[in-house]
Design a binder for this molecule. Sequence first.
Ligand code: NAD
Ligand code: USQ
Length: 396
Amino acid sequence: MRVLVLGADGYLGWPTALYLSHRGHDVGALDNFVRRQYDYELGTSSLVPIAHLQRRVKTWEEMSGLRVEPFIGDLNDAGFVYDTLREFKPDAIVHFAEQRSAPYSMIDRSHAVYTQVNNVVGNLNLLFAIAEIDPSIHLVKLGTMGEYGTPNIDIEEGFIEITHRGRTDVLPFPKQPGSYYHLSKVHDSHNIMFACRIWGLRSTDLNQGIVYGQETDETVLHPDLATRFDYDGVFGTVLNRFCVQAVAGHPLTVYGAGGQTRGMLNIRDTLACVELAVNNPAEEGEYRVFNQFTESFSIQELADKVVDAASGPVTISNLDNPRVEKEQHYYRAAHTKLLDLGLVPHLLDRSTVSSILAVAERHRDRIDVNAIAPSANWRTAGQKGRVRSEAGSSTS
Ligand code: NAD
Ligand code: USQ
């Protein structure tokens, strides 16, 4: 199949592009490198050194004999999106290309606005381009489990049957997201569902949990093929962060009580899930949702696993929670649709945690402990909205 991977320079997009190429798909790799720009802005960098996209593509061709075709540009540039679809002629598009950090979106007004414009407008440009150029293209869109929030009932896969005053319907599951980033994914989901309904597009919304790990069968073949590994207080996700903290001798930063429970999955399962969705496309006009995670854990349980797997003593520190979120709550979410399609999960055992600790250990000289503390605060973000004009007077 011809698969265009959007966000193919990122943590998940790059290994997905390699995986799909290795498994016989013709792959296009689109990115505008804005993720590298956030590193310059925040003064951070990937723990594992990453090669530029052009070098990655060249090394992959040398190693495998397979060609991944790069497309450099911004999804917010509609002309670029239309031109790319006309040129590459994909059967499926896998859309990873969004600003994906909840803390980044909660720094202040401008970061919240940027996140929603980048994500929602980029996705809208894509929907219009698909509708005009080839409505049979299957859009596989990365959403997030965080779209649902943490309701006090079981979470279904996208839709819930509701009986209200004697009448019954199947409706989208209620959304209670926890950041302006997570909200951008909800807006995307609504826009995609609408486009499927009015134009007959076909789409799979993958509501993915938190991904951990860094190595895949393809990325370990050569250092140029490595994917990024974020551990800083803005882009680092919880388990990867805890592994780096353990190696650096930094207390594990559990926010608040640590009872926050989330769906999680191994990076290798991200690749497998995406290919299962690509190989089993949605029907014409169908908008379907898969909950893409394999197990759920509380943050405290994750910290305990890292303490258990680490070679030396590791302490845990319960920080004041910079986020506004429930710290003890009910959590049970359905995730059977990808299993039904054949997913065989890599579960989180001690050896998996050890393998992430080993990655951190190999690159321990690159750890910047000053980057670890959380910097965005949900409570104070609302007071960081004012715009200062060039003349120095403030406006709102
Ligand atoms: P990432 O930031 O490493 O990669 C995203 C890539 O998209 C970057 O290379 C960036 O440069 C590119 N990009 C962003 N905006 C773009 C635009 N307007 N035009 C072109 N390229 C653009 O993120 P990731 O961790 O690989 O996540 C990929 C996707 O998966 C995101 O949509 C994210 O919301 C979703 N997701 C990630 C996780 C996780 O744990 N990492 C979990 C659930 C869902
Ligand atoms: N947390 C800590 N300590 C830390 C970091 C995080 O206790 O040092 C807690 C957070 O408070 C939160 C949980 O761990 O309760 C998860 O935080 P995270 O930063 O690992 O993940 P999150 O902000 O939810 O975002 C990540 C990805 C995002 C994706 C989401 C999937 O960055 O792109 O959408 O995971 S989900 O969580 O299912 O919405």
